[in-house]
Write a protein that binds this ligand. Structure first.
Ligand code: ADP
Length: 416
């Protein structure tokens, strides 16, 4: 079965094609084709490669965003990076949908009704949900009636206990859908399943804290395979300090900025989402590598001090978040680090685990120092009570698996 996965972001479009046989492999297979567009200053930058090792970058820019995505997908069945002979070789298309709102949480076949539900919650995540709907339209135009499946990043957190999901505002908020949804659910769930495999234990017997540290950052507390708490909330802005996002701040700061500094809602959105976090504090970059480098090798003391503060704050919030998740679980069997920073920064992992010895967290310094991550592994000291695992984020594979499962179930039903 050929499964195409689309991950449509506000400023990027990632896609990949998996070929899956009659049974699901235990380890994630590589993609047979992978394509990405990043938009910067209105220009599309392409990067495409197939499993024969043919890659292309810098295709000439085309007009609209939709045209750029069409060109990316066409390179699957035509031109040098071709991986299949015709569009109809694709059996199913899976979409990462950031916000499913209160109604949608299980992987779902995309129908007009589902699209309108995704549209109706796009006010909660405007940039993402609109890009995802556009991806569905483009697929329908290019591939015709191929089944499309939406997999929701909020889905895994859907059954969080009400005490964790509800904001302590008026109860009407909850009735109006103003509640904590949580995000990064596709990868938190994947990491939980993978952690159970690595530990050789049943997922239903484990207490896990998964730390997704990429450009966006969130933690999840997972008991018996279910998310019981997470740091992101109504939007992906709550919780940890991130690359350009602030994470949690006192809402009083926002009312102060609106009342006394006459901030408009778009300005608030802009400052909290794009000018805060590592970038806002360091004044250097949202990229952890550059912040770490400036702190160590900078030449201006004032810049070095700001880079140091940014890192200290990032780690401080990470530690207090992990502490809160462990408290909610009443202990932990393992801590999982995943995504760009989590997988690749021994320094951030080391600093985050430094104060957690009282919980039984102890790193094997040598294993922790090996970077970049070549394979998923345990980097804790042999006698540590809480294991520390590094797991490569695999959202696309998780989506492909969900598509495969849905299609297999549908086929089995039809053949009975
Ligand atoms: P996204 O959340 O967009 O999927 P990623 O998971 O790819 O992002 O994470 C991107 C971030 O990972 C980058 O901004 C960078 O800060 C961080 N990163 C990547 N490699 C390293 C590294 N070797 N050390 C520290 N941080 C890294």
């Amino acid at each position: 079965m050929n499964v195409l996965v689309l991950n449509s972001g506000s400023s990027s479009q990632k896609s990949c094609l998996y070929q899956i046989g009659d049974t699901l492999p235990q380890d994630p297979p590589g993609c047979i084709w992978e394509g990405k567009i990043e938009w910067a200053d209105g220009k599309a930058e392409y990067s495409i490669r197939n499993s024969r090792g043919v890659s292309r970058k810098n295709l000439p820019s085309v007009g609209s965003r939709a045209q750029a995505i069409e060109r990316l997908l066409q390179s699957l069945w035509s031109g040098e990076t071709q991986a299949i002979s015709k569009p109809s070789d694709i059996d199913v298309v899976g979409h990462r949908v950031v916000h499913g709102g209160p109604q949608h949480f299980e992987p779902t076949v995309v129908t007009a009704e589902v699209k309108s539900a995704i549209q109706s919650v796009s006010v909660f995540a405007p940039l993402h949900n609109r890009a995802e709907l556009q991806g569905m339209e483009i697929v329908a135009k290019l591939l015709g009636p191929v089944p499309q499946i939406a997999v929701f990043d909020t889905g895994f957190h859907h059954n969080m206990p009400l005490a964790a999901a509800t904001y302590p505002g008026p109860y009407e908020w909850f009735e109006q859908g103003i509640r904590r949804y949580g995000f990064h659910g596709i990868n938190h769930q994947y990491c939980a399943q993978r952690a159970a495999e690595l530990l050789g234990k049943n997922l239903n017997s484990l207490k896990l804290v998964t730390c997704h540290l990429g450009n966006g950052c969130s933690l999840a507390a997972i008991r018996d395979g279910r998310s019981v708490d997470t740091t992101m909330g109504f939007t992906p802005l709550e919780g940890l300090m991130m690359g350009t996002r602030s994470g949690s701040v006192d809402p009083g700061v926002l009312t102060y900025l609106m009342r006394r500094r006459h901030f408009l809602d778009e300005q608030l959105d802009d400052v909290l989402n794009k000018k805060s976090g590592l970038l806002g504090i360091s004044g250097i970059s949202s990229d952890m590598r550059e912040v770490l480098d400036a702190r160590r090798n900078g030449t201006e003391p004032a810049k070095m001090a700001r880079a140091r503060l940014a890192l200290d704050m990032y780690v401080h919030r990470l530690q207090s978040g992990i502490g809160a998740m462990v408290a909610v679980l009443g202990g932990a069997d393992a801590l999982v680090f995943t995504a760009g920073v989590g997988e690749n920064s021994p320094e951030v992992r080391g600093a985050a685990c430094d104060n957690l010895a009282f919980l039984g967290v102890r790193l094997d310094q040598e294993k922790n120092a090996q970077s970049p991550l070549d394979k998923d592994k345990d980097v804790s000291a042999p006698d540590a009570a809480v294991r520390v695992l590094l797991i490569h984020a695999q959202e696309d594979w998780m989506i492909a698996r969900a598509c495969w499962n849905l299609l297999q179930t549908a086929t089995t039903r039809v053949s009975h």
